[in-house]
Design a protein around this ligand. Structure first.
Ligand code: NAD
Ligand code: ZN
Length: 343
């Protein structure tokens, strides 16, 4: 359990969580901190990506104002990436910014979303379009939370870890390959090592480029397509699932564009399919609707759709300090055709 001494000092604390995590851990944490003498409130919203919007943000802000919270309040974001992004963004703008801590409870949030200070909400126009860079005062990782996480959500989180290994660490990829059954069995030391490896890589990239002017963009591999799929699915698909399909298609596009070799593409495909995500799922999307949906991506400039190009496992294509490159309709078409014909 998390004790008061593990948290930065504040006059009062507001735990923000979703209704599922509230029942699992939120109420227990509130009571535990209250028993240690802290003034602690607990706010929650319906679980799921659909809640990551302006309405939920306003609801939380008004609840905090109603409670009389001031600048001496610390927000505790307890939950997955949705809670982390939303509660972090509330912290970023509440009374022009108050501190927050991230306590991730999904694998995805532990390996990826709690790190790096990006907070955001979705809009009908696209994903994460309104937000702020607002780093947490502290990130508290307890693998024990994962014991209650269903397997499909573990696989979902693994996608982000695998994504960072594909782009930055062949050794990391090997580690997942060799330890997949232990990860799925939720062996705590194995989960610990997985999270350490992934966060170390992400922290290294982020510390050199806090506001995503250059190399941090490499973390978006798979996300040009992934975000478009989330938009087309009206956010009813899990983020990791959409990114898995994005990784497959963007790797194939990297091959079509003359960067990734066929051998290396095979390795990417193996890494993703062993998590249960298959390229044939891409066939349900019309090329033109996918292309249209990609236009809302933040990475685009001057109306040109851009994506992160893989050179080989562990290496991103870089051209004069640029890490995002044009994804043309022809490349998209050819990549989808090749994926289909390979079956
Ligand atoms: N800020 C970043 O840098 C960054 C990076 C990657 C992803 N993201 C964002 O993260 C979000 C996805 O995060 P997510 O997959 O964690 O989604 P999520 O927060 O919706 O959590 C998934 C589900 O698991 C449940 N849950 C959480 N912890 C649990 C536990 N310990 N046991 C049982 N159930 C539990 C939740 O209630 C929810 O239903 C997306 O919105 C994505 O855009 C942000
Ligand atoms: Zn992601």
């Amino acid at each position: 359990m998390i004790d008061l001494k593990d948290l930065p000092h504040a006059s009062r604390y507001v735990i923000i969580t979703d209704d599922e995590v509230r029942k699992l851990y939120g109420e227990v944490l509130q009571k535990h901190l209250q028993e240690q003498g802290a003034k602690v409130e607990l706010l929650s919203f319906p679980a799921g990506e659909k809640s990551k919007n302006q309405e939920t943000k306003t609801m939380l802000e008004h609840a905090m104002l109603e409670l009389g919270c001031k600048r001496d309040t610390l927000i505790i974001a307890l939950g997955g990436g949705v809670v982390g992004d939303l509660a972090g963004f509330v912290a970023a703008t509440f009374m022009r910014g108050i501190p927050h801590v991230q306590i991730p409870t999904t694998l995805l949030a532990m390996v990826d979303s709690s790190i790096g200070g990006k907070t955001a909400i979705n809009t009908p126009f696209g994903k994460n379009l309104i937000g702020a860079f607002w780093p947490a005062e502290k990130i508290i990782i307890k693998e024990e939370f994962l014991k209650s996480l269903p397997e499909h959500k573990v696989l979902d989180g693994l996608v982000e870890a695998v994504k960072i290994f594909i782009t930055h660490s062949p050794n990391g990829l090997k580690f997942v390959d060799e330890n997949l059954s232990k990860i799925l069995a939720k062996d705590l030391p194995t989960l610990h090592e997985l999270i350490e490896r992934s966060t170390a890589l992400k922290e290294r990239v982020v510390s050199r480029d806090k506001r995503e002017h250059s190399k941090r963009a490499t973390l978006n591999f798979g996300h040009t397509v992934g975000h478009a799929i989330e938009l087309l699915e009206d956010y009813k698909i899990m983020h990791g699932h959409a990114v898995a399909l994005g990784v497959l298609l963007e790797a194939k596009a990297s091959q079509v564009d003359g960067h990734l070799s066929a051998d290396e593409y095979e390795k990417v495909e193996k890494a993703i399919t062993q998590l249960g995500f298959k390229s044939e799922e891409l066939e349900k999307y019309e090329e033109s609707e996918l292309f249209e949906a990609m236009k809302s991506d933040k990475k685009n400039q001057d109306g040109v759709i851009s994506y992160v190009v893989l050179e080989r496992i562990g290496e991103i294509f870089e051209d004069k300090d640029k890490f995002a490159h044009e994804l043309t309709f022809d490349t998209l078409h050819e990549a989808l055709t090749q994926l289909k014909n390979a079956r």
